[in-house]
Structure formats: C-alpha cells, structure tokens
Design a protein around this ligand. Sequence first.
Ligand SMILES: Cc1c2[nH]c(c1CCC(=O)O)Cc1[nH]c(c(CCC(=O)O)c1C)Cc1[nH]c(c(CCC(=O)O)c1C)Cc1[nH]c(c(C)c1CCC(=O)O)C2
Length: 355
Amino acid sequence: MSANGSPAGQQPTATYDSPFLKACRREPVPHTPVWFMRQAGRSLPEYRKVRQGIPMLESCMRPELVTEITLQPVRRHGVDAAIFFSDIVVPLKAIGVDLDIKPGVGPVVERPIRTRADLAQLRDLTPDDVPYVVEAIGLLTRELGGTPLIGFAGAPFTLASYLVEGGPSRTYENAKAMMYGDPELWADLLDRLADITAAFLKVQIEAGVSAVQLFDSWAGALAPADYRRSVMAASAKVFRAVEGYGVPRIHFGVGTGELLGLMGEAGADVVGVDWRVPLDEAVRRVGPGKALQGNLDPTVLFAGRDAVEAKTREILDAAAGLEGHIFNLGHGVMPSTDPDALTRLVEYVHANTAR
Ligand SMILES: Cc1c2[nH]c(c1CCC(=O)O)Cc1[nH]c(c(CCC(=O)O)c1C)Cc1[nH]c(c(CCC(=O)O)c1C)Cc1[nH]c(c(C)c1CCC(=O)O)C2
C-alpha cells in the first residue's frame, strides 16, 4: 500500500476505486465504464475553438492547452476516463526526428528510415525531452479528481509504419519489404522503438497517469505468423518495461481479430477490440484473465438514436458474461460525429448496466 492508501502507485483512493480501473482489474463495477478513443478532438466545437491557428504538434507541447483539451470531453460527456491529449509521434518529434502532422493527412516524416544508417535518427528518450508532458499530467491529475487519466503511446510496428513509409499508407509496402527482406534491420528498428516507447510510457506513469494504452493501430495488416515472428517481441518488451508499476496496460489495434490472442499474450491486462469481432467471440480468442475494451463501430453514431441504442444493446449483451468490460468505440471518434450522440451513448451505457 502506498502512503495515500491505494494499493498501486500514487493515485488517490477515489481514482483507484473508479469504475474504469476496477473494470481493468476485472473487479465488480457499479456500471460499465465508458470512454472513447479520440474523445478529445475535432468532433467538439470547444476543441476546434481552442486549437484555432495552433498546429497539432505545437498544441501537444503547451501544458495548459493540453489540460483544457483533455478535460473537454470529460466535462461534456461524463466519460469514466480521460485520455491524455497528445499524439503517437510526439516522442519521435521530441528526440529530433524531422516530422510533422499534416491536417487531414496525418504524420509525415521528412527522411524515411530505409537503411541501417537511418537508424541514427532514433536516440533514447529521457524525461527531459518531454517536460511539457510531465507538466500537463501534473496539472491534469489535480483537475481530474477521481477520474482516471489514461496515458498512451504508439506500438513499435505502428510507429515503424510511419517512419519507414514516410507517412500514412494503405499497403505498408516499404515497411513490409524491410520486415521480409532485411529482418535484422527490422528487428533493430523495432527494438529501438520499443525502448523509446517504454521510456515515454514510464515518463507518463511516473508523472501520474492511472493506465496506459499501447496503440498498434495498423497491426491488423499483418498475418498472425508474421506478427508473432517479427513484431510481438518488441511490443512485449514495452509491456514488460511497465509491468512493475501496477497500472493497467491496454493493447489496441484495428482489424486485429486474428491477432487478439497474441496481443493479449504480449502482456496486456486489457485487450481492445474493433467492431469486426463480437465481444463474446473476442473473449474466446483472448482467453481468461484479461478484460476487454470496445467495440461500437464509430460510423453507427451517424445512424440516429434508435440504431445506436440497438447496436449498443447487442454489445452489452455480448459482454454480459465478461469479467471486465470497458465500453468504447471500435476505433476513434470521427471528426463529423454529433457530440450529443456521444453524450447520449454514455448515459445509455451507464443506465443499462447499473448494478
Ligand atoms: C495512428 C494514430 C495517430 N495518432 C494516434 C494514433 C493511434 C490511434 C488511432 O488508431 O487512431 C493517437 C492519438 N492522436 C490523438 C490522440 C488524442 C487523445 C484522444 O484519443 O482523444 C490519440 C490517442 C490526437 C490527434 N492526432 C491527430 C488529430 C487531428 C488533428 C487536429 O485536430 O488538428 C488529433 C485530435 C492527428 C493525427 N495523428 C495520427 C493520425 C492518423 C492523425 C489524423 C490526421 C487527420 O485526420 O488530420 C497518427
């Protein structure tokens, strides 16, 4: 037990006992907790207002702005957790990789990593590289009261996909060419990214986040045998590095139905599921001892209240036998989503799972 009475880390008891962290630990909850990937973002007018004229990466480096943006969806929707406002490429930018986030495109890397010499762009990350992250998490943990704050990072494969391609890709042809054609260089690249990612998550945990999510958003492009052979060790290294802190570790990807078992095995406490696999099937694939997070198709939110409630009902029914369920979308909130539909969804899940 720590000095303030919570069995893990430095978090206050109210946070430790929150429905979100209880569900992560597979303990009984008063209602199913809800949060949304990309809950802070363009769907909110108050977000668009404070971001006006400030480039994405610069906004991640301003602690007061990060705090305000992170709190916006908590105030508006009453979600059960906040997710730290940042981006998966922030730690890469912080160690000096020349990259930017282009509006409507995503991360773009000036000098893609294609050869062994290019690996020199990737040095280790220290807390001094991201002082604004430490400061913003400090501000947030004071403002949030008992609402847990989720930290996050991009998984080695997803980061590598941007670094090797030079930007977003549909096919990942350059990244996969390296994975199949130069497995030693690929392994060294992923191992370096694992160390950077682990260091970035440790900074966030030591600054006060209550859970961490590893986003391997694009791992669904991989066959299970290739994931196991060429990717899993790096993600497992990240999970091992943060195991001792006692904060729940969530592992998420899109189109990863065939990888769910391996993604749990990599060391997660909670496995994120997109909308393609129902949760009662997902639990069979993941096996016992893990909570599940998911999994409403974000496009359902465009279909009107009745459709949202019917689809949500299906998910809650599929989750009825689970030991730990955190309600979320199967991927991020889309920018043109009506924010009121999200607020209603939170209310619906809470009301229909009250125990
Ligand atoms: C792949 C990935 C990225 N970034 C992230 C991922 C993994 C999650 C996923 O699978 O969606 C993670 C991320 N990016 C952002 C968050 C914020 C926290 C939250 O979820 O609310 C999180 C968790 C802010 C952001 N990151 C970005 C935005 C939009 C830019 C803006 O608002 O100006 C936000 C709110 C930019 C970004 N950054 C990235 C993309 C693809 C984009 C979108 C580009 C675009 O459509 O304009 C890379």
